[in-house]
Every structure is written in structure tokens, then in C-alpha cells.
Design a protein around this ligand. Structure first.
Ligand SMILES: [Zn+2]
Length: 442
């Protein structure tokens, strides 16, 4: 018997297809061949800031135990299923498949996976590693998919992880409106609070478990354990039949993409970073309604942007002031000659600066706020008519309407990898000791 790790990536495109659907088809075929799974299928989200990514930038790894004679058959089966179900007509879809045999995933592959999740890696790096570890591989078109496929093999999810059960639609329903009972989603969300996450966006009431594209996914429920998400799935009602479902173990909702930077000058384009700084410019509203402000440290400064859909963050960003000490998290973008910008996913307010503002005095007679009577003419009260030349503006400590703490983008605009507030304190590690019986159908 051998342990076989099958990674694949980049089979989908914005117009359809879905890498997890290929995983679901393969699960059924592999089970029919009689192989044993040594983990739930791993759904690995990669660096969300890669400029050429498709929608979710998710790669898959199936980890199985099988008879050595079966390896060849399995390789051919995987290749043909990936080929038949990939959208290779699309210019940026370049599928890749990687097979690794062995009980333990080597350290270099695990480190490679971390870099692919947090950074940009070159395809040569993947090719060199595959050669030194005797991986069998198949790359279509430009073969960029090999990078993600190898990263999926290397990310063994021994640190923090979550689960998602994904249900799939029958092919005849693809592209049509999803017939889901929204009320049952709300009920499930209420009942499973703390054990599932991002089912519903609280600010807008929008249901978040269904994608909106033409892909085969019906809905997906994310949560803390396999048992939780399968239980939640049982509560969902729909008038559309589900073709199949698979339970995935994943790095979603874990902040695996974020890397702490020692200083602002270390930040590079397309990284996902956590960095401390002091607010150095007042938040500005820029076209398309983004809020932009800058932070600095002793090494440099960088722009931070909160986008329109991110309600909570934008509200906080609007109220920042020069001198506030904050920590920001997000992906780093650069465009042309513009300076780097951090697209904010989170802000932690560490220390709010207390600003003194000069305010007009209050009227001695009626206590209303007075107005300037003109340069050198003192103040007048527009309510009772009282005037005075003797009184002056007063310095008042500005009342900040902000509290210290962590603020996260609203669920509807969170990336797959963003750890939502409700997951703080629920981090876990290690693989599950055993697998649930009904983790897939068929
Ligand atoms: Zn007055």
C-alpha cells in the first residue's frame, strides 16, 4: 500500500467550472475503486492578491491510501476527469495536476505551500521541487496550475483550519436560479451561531451560502467541525435536488494569507500583510467612494484603502485621525506608478490620539454656541443677541466616537481566507483522529 497525495488547481474560469466539482467527481470514482481516504479532501485557498487568479483561487488535494498497482490507473483517471471538466477555452485557465507518494509531506513542500498562500512564487520553483521529490505531474497550457497543485499537496492543514460542506447542482440546473428556501438558511444561521460562519450578512440580510455564478455549486456551509456543517446542511430546505455533496477541510477563515511585517518598508506588491503604523493623513473620500488614509512608521509610509462595500471598516476608517496607533491587515496592490496600497480587511485600533480642537465659546446668557462677529470683533450670539469682545475660543479635548479593538470587513466582502470575528478564540490544530461516515454522497 502507498499513500498518494493528488493536488490539482486552476481548472475553473469566471464563466463556469469549479475545481471543487472536479474533486467531488473524483471522490466518487476513487471510492468505487476501493481506495481509502486518509483525510477529508483539502480545499486550499491561495494568495488572494495574485493578479491572474480566477475567482476564489482555491486548489484541491485528495489524500488516499491505495494499492501500488492502482497508482497508474488513478493518474490516468484524474488526468481525464480534469481535462474533461476544465474550462480550457478560457485564456487564464491553465490546469495542473501533481502526484506525490509518501507517508509524510516533506518540509520544503510545506514551506512552499505557505509561500504560495502568502506571496507570489515562480513556476520554476514548483518545477524544481517536483523534480527533487519525484512528483508526477501534468500541466496543461502554460502549466501555472502546477504551482497551486503543488501548494495544495504541501498544505497539510496541521494548524488552524475549518470545514465546508459543498453541495452541487444537477448539470441541467447549471446557470439557472438557485431554488433555496431562504428562511431555512436564516433559521440554520440562528441555531448554528458560533459553530458555522458567514451564512448571512447581518448588515444587509443577504444570504452568503450560495455563489451567484453559473458554476455547479448549489451552496456551501462553513464552520468549525465536520459534524457542525453536516448538521447545518440537514437544516437547509430547497425545491431543487442536490446531485452530490462533499465535506472539505480547509484553510478558509484562518487568516493564513496574512504575514506580519516588521516594518512598512518591507511590504511588497501582492503580499497579504499585518503591519503596525501611526495614521499620518486624514481619511479622504476618493472616487467610487473609497476611504483612503496613510500610515507611517520609522521606515516609511503606505496608503490604506477601505472600499465602499466594507461597511464596518469604512465607518472606522472615516473616523481615524492623525496620530492614531493602529494595526492594519490586507492585500497589497500596486497599479502603474501609484504608490502601494493596502486593501483593508481588518483594522485594530491600539491607541487613539486625543486631539485638542478649538471651539467657539458658549453664550454667557443663554448657553448657545456663539458665532464669530468678524475678524477682531469678538463673538455674538445669534439666539439672544449677546455680544462680547473679551471672550476667546476654547481648546476642547475631542470626543472620539471610537472604541479600541478589532474591526473586520463585513461578511459579504470578506475573502475566503479572512478570519471572521466569530472565529477568534476557536483556533485549532492537528488532523481529525477519524473521519465521519457520511462525508460525501455519492
Ligand atoms: Zn445667547
Amino acid at each position: 500500500m502507498v499513500n498518494l497525495h493528488i493536488g490539482f488547481d486552476d481548472t475553473d474560469s469566471p464563466r463556469g467550472g469549479c475545481t471543487t466539482y472536479i474533486a467531488a467527481l473524483l471522490v466518487e470514482k476513487l471510492v468505487k475503486l476501493g481506495v481509502g481516504f486518509i483525510d477529508y479532501p483539502n480545499l486550499i485557498r491561495l494568495n488572494p492578491n495574485v493578479p491572474w487568479k480566477t475567482r476564489g483561487n482555491g486548489a484541491l488535494c485528495l489524500r488516499i491510501e491505495c494499492n501500488r498497482d492502482l497508482v497508474r490507473t488513478i493518474f490516468e483517471m484524474v488526468a481525464s476527469v480534469v481535462e474533461e471538466n476544465s474550462d480550457m477555452g478560457f485564456v487564464d485557465t491553465d490546469p495542473g495536476i501533481v502526484f506525490f507518494q509518501g507517508k509524510k509531506i516533506p518540509l520544503q513542500l510545506r514551506q512552499f505551500a505557505k509561500r504560495t498562500i502568502q506571496n507570489i512564487v515562480r513556476i520554476d520553483e514548483a518545477l524544481d521541487l517536483m523534480k527533487s521529490f519525484n512528483c508526477e505531474a501534468l500541466g496543461f497550457l502554460t502549466s501555472y496550475g502546477l504551482v497551486g497543485a503543488l501548494a495544495a499537496v504541501g498544505e497539510t492543514l496541521e494548524g488552524d483550519h475549518t470545514y465546508e460542506v459543498i453541495t452541487y447542482r444537477k448539470p441541467e440546473s447549471w446557470g439557472t436560479k438557485r431554488k433555496l428556501d431562504l428562511k431555512s438558511v436564516e433559521e440554520m444561521d440562528q441555531k448554528m451561531k458560533g459553530r458555522t460562519y458567514n451564512n448571512v450578512d447581518e448588515e444587509t440580510g443577504r444570504i452568503l451560502i450560495t455563489p451567484r455564478g453559473p458554476d455547479p455549486i448549489f451552496y456551501g456551509i462553513r464552520g468549525e467541525t465536520g459534524k457542525d456543517v453536516l448538521f447545518a446542511q440537514g437544516m437547509i430546505r430547497s425545491s431543487e435536488s442536490v446531485e452530490r455533496y462533499v465535506l472539505y477541510r480547509t484553510n478558509q477563515g484562518t487568516d493564513a494569507h496574512l504575514r506580519r511585517m516588521g516594518s512598512i518598508s518591507d511590504i511588497r506588491p501582492f503580499n497579504s500583510v499585518i503591519v503596525n503604523g501611526v495614521v499620518s493623513s486624514m481619511p479622504k473620500l476618493v472616487p467610487k467612494r473609497h476611504r483612503i488614509f496613510a500610515i507611517k512608521d520609522s521606515t516609511g509610509c503606505i496608503d490604506c484603502a477601505a472600499y465602499e462595500p466594507t461597511g464596518t471598516l469604512r465607518r472606522v476608517a472615516r473616523q481615524l485621525t492623525i496620530g492614531d496607533e493602529i494595526e492594519v491587515c490586507g492585500g497589497v496592490r500596486s497599479s502603474g506608478n501609484n504608490p502601494l496600497t493596502i486593501n483593508l480587511e481588518k483594522i485594530r485600533l491600539r491607541k487613539l490620539s486625543s486631539r485638542l480642537v478649538m471651539r467657539n465659546p458658549r453664550c454667557q446668557k443663554c448657553d448657545k454656541r456663539m458665532k464669530s462677529a468678524g475678524k477682531g470683533k469678538g463673538f455674538k450670539c445669534s439666539s439672544c443677541g449677546f455680544r462680547s469682545l473679551d471672550i476667546q475660543k476654547k481648546a476642547i479635548r475631542e470626543n472620539r466616537d471610537l472604541k479600541k479593538g478589532l474591526f473586520v470587513t463585513s461578511p459579504r466582502s470578506q475573502r475566503h481566507l479572512t478570519k471572521p470575528l466569530c472565529r477568534y478564540g476557536k483556533e485549532k490544530s492537528g488532523k481529525p483522529a477519524s473521519m465521519l461516515d457520511h462525508w460525501h454522497t455519492p
